[in-house]
Design a protein around this ligand. Structure first.
Ligand SMILES: Cc1ncc(COP(=O)(O)O)c(C=O)c1O
Length: 361
């Protein structure tokens, strides 16, 4: 489709074209039901299959054992900032957090607002969140250790997770879920707003290890309790039906068209290497994240002046390269190269960067 741009938006973000085509083909009549998923009862058999299939694909892709539940919860990743301390606290055990930027800071703030005993065990704030802290200390007395696996705004990412031993890790994986394989076993809970790597906005995917459910207090409101979602297979109330349907299609694309997370990770690595290589080749572009912490999902960089950055973004837009402006809180430029952003898009961007440097540098 010639009028589609190369989409580097940070989220909501690009979806695989194949998925959009399927949505279009199934929009009026979902697989012989005579109705759209938009019109379907969430209690119907076809919708139940949509949920079950999305859950099964998630488990297969991430190699999750039977000890994990997969649920979809409205309220985005931001609601999880509150639900996690509400549900997973343990009396007399502090909640440990690593602060690597805006989203970790918000998670910490929400836990504190609930009156919890919060410890920030590591932070890169003093260096403008330009890296992932090394040697993160795991305190055996903590209820969990929370981290943000990929920092969408600053463009940093964990390339290995702390050895947590008996302390469950909890991670916000909003901007890198399903971009690479990882060992889920040390994680008590993983959450991700869907709108970056796995679908449209409107739902968070939450993976909860079964033993974590024993911590859920009885007296929480039903909509804030993980157990409500687990018991009812994400159908305690009317979920974001269409979002779950699209998530299922994206997961199908990763599994069947791409061939799984090893392949997805190799493609993502190649894309990121091309962009970082382009940034590093001269002094014109400057990557803002330290090299060992660079994100394979959000490539953040500066140009020699803000005026050149504005020109870069606007000329790129004219060439059909959209969404390259950095987050409003930090400025600069950012290319979000999630799963659905293909090598063709990244090559076109790299070529544009070289040409822009020649012209303006
Ligand atoms: C890492 C991370 N966590 C949390 C959020 C907030 O997600 P939501 O808008 O779904 O609440 C974002 C959104 O950009 C994010 O990038």
């Amino acid at each position: 489709m010639s009028n589609r741009v190369y989409n580097f938006n940070p989220g909501p973000a690009a979806l695989p074209l194949q998925v959009l085509e399927t949505i279009k083909a199934e929009m009026l009549d979902y697989r012989g039901t005579g109705m759209s998923v938009l019109e379907m009862s969430h209690r119907s058999k076809p919708f139940e299959s949509i949920v079950n299939e999305a859950v099964a694909r998630t488990k297969r892709l991430l190699n999750l054992g039977d000890d994990f539940h997969v649920v979809f919860i409205q309220g985005g990743a931001s609601l999880q900032f509150s639900m996690i301390p509400m549900n997973l606290s343990v009396e007399e055990r502090p909640l440990d957090y690593v602060n690597t930027g805006t989203w970790s800071t918000k998670a910490i703030k929400e836990a504190k607002a609930l009156g919890k005993s919060v410890r920030v065990v590591a932070s890169s704030e003093d260096e403008n969140f330009s890296h992932i802290p090394k040697g993160i200390k795991v305190n055996p007395d903590s209820a969990y250790l929370h981290l943000t696996s990929n920092n969408t705004i600053k463009g940093t990412q964990y390339h290995a997770f702390p050895e947590s031993k008996s302390v469950p890790l909890v991670s916000d994986m909003s901007s890198d879920i399903m971009s690479r394989p990882f060992d889920a076993r040390p994680f008590g809970l993983i959450y991700a707003g869907a709108q970056k790597n796995i679908g449209p906005s409107g739902s968070a995917m939450v993976l909860i290890r079964k033993d974590m459910l024993e911590r859920v207090p009885e007296n929480l409101p039903a909509m804030l309790k993980y157990t409500s979602f687990v018991k009812e297979n994400s159908l305690y109330n009317t979920p974001s039906c269409f979002v779950i349907y699209v998530i299922g299609l994206v997961l199908q694309w990763i599994e069947e068209t791409i061939g799984g997370l090893d392949k997805m990770a190799a493609i993502n690595r190649e894309k990121a290497d091309l962009l970082y290589g382009t940034i590093d080749r001269g002094g014109f572009y400057r990557g803002t994240a330290k090299k060992d912490s660079r994100s394979l999902m959000n490539v953040t960089f500066r140009l020699p002046s803000e005026a050149l950055e504005a020109r870069f973004v606007s000329e790129a837009q004219k060439e059909g390269l959209s969404g390259l402006k950095g987050h409003r809180s930090v400025g600069g430029c950012r290319a979000s190269i999630y799963n659905a952003v293909g090598m063709d898009a990244v090559k076109t961007l790299a070529d544009f960067m070289v040409a822009f440097e020649k012209k303006a540098g």
